[in-house]
Design a protein around this ligand. Structure first.
Ligand code: CA
Length: 250
């Protein structure tokens, strides 16, 4: 995005388009945050874990694939990658072995850092009386337990939709539909902050206004193609643009 006039016009147009689609005016009351790659800088470790687990099972995974598949369930990723690179389908038991191994490697990685600039953004959002929810495909209880402390209590365990709450992971809309159901905020009240194409697809399929923040090595166009209403280059940009986005959504 360019200068401030262009920026205001770009954001206003995105909101207007969305309002036209839902046939009402979006008034922001809640944000559904994705966790990995948005609140925690955990993706580099997930990527390394996937690459090693696949390598141990004879599949040399290109480095960008974990980022492209991010947000989905382990089984979805395993099935998709074996179909794509080996033209095979593993048995449930084989897929389970890889899933367990990936989890095991991930556990041996260093603790993920808190995503740069996000604590400051979440603090601002808290002062704006916006209700913060988390919608994650992660099954890592250690990480969501850490969220409460890492973000000074802005995220509460009872306001998280995790891998344990859904049958279908992202890109299926179920995780975000569950968030709508559990939080009580509809598509005219809640927006999503996501970093991954499959996460954006999930949020859009649930009918939600979605901001994609690029925090990994993928091309911005991939996030646009996935259907994001707004795409920003970094968490720094998101923090910088937030006051404007907030004012246009209030
Ligand atoms: Ca993510």
């Amino acid at each position: 995005m360019g200068n401030s006039i262009d920026l205001t016009a770009t954001i206003s147009a995105a909101i207007q388009n969305f309002n036209n689609k839902i046939g009402t005016v979006l008034h922001l009351k809640s944000i559904f945050f994705d966790m990995d790659g948005v609140l925690f800088d955990s993706m580099p470790y997930h990527a390394k874990s996937w690459i090693q687990a696949f390598a141990e099972h004879g599949l040399e995974l290109p480095e960008y694939e974990p980022f492209m598949n991010e947000g989905s369930t382990a089984y979805y990723t395993i099935d998709k990658m074996f179909a794509k690179y080996k033209q095979t389908k593993l048995s449930d038991a084989e897929a389970e072995t890889i899933k367990v191994r990936k989890h095991e490697i991930m556990q041996s990685m260093p603790q993920s850092e808190i995503m740069e600039h996000m604590p400051m953004l979440v603090e601002q959002i808290g002062k704006q009386n916006i209700d913060c929810w988390v919608v994650t495909g992660s099954a890592q209880a250690a990480l969501y337990n850490r969220l409460e402390a890492a973000y000074n209590g802005s995220f509460k365990r009872e306001k998280m939709i995790t891998a344990h709450d859904v049958t279908h992971g992202k890109p299926h809309p179920e995780p975000y539909l569950k968030a709508i159901e559990k939080s009580g905020y509809g598509t005219a009240e809640a927006i999503v902050i996501e970093n991954a194409p499959l996460g954006v697809e999930s949020a859009k399929a649930a009918g939600l206004f979605t901001i994609a923040v690029n925090t990994g090595p993928i091309n911005l166009d991939v996030l646009k193609k996935a259907g994001a209403d707004l795409v920003v280059n970094s968490t720094f940009e998101l923090l910088e643009y937030w006051p404007l986005i907030f004012s246009l959504l209030s």
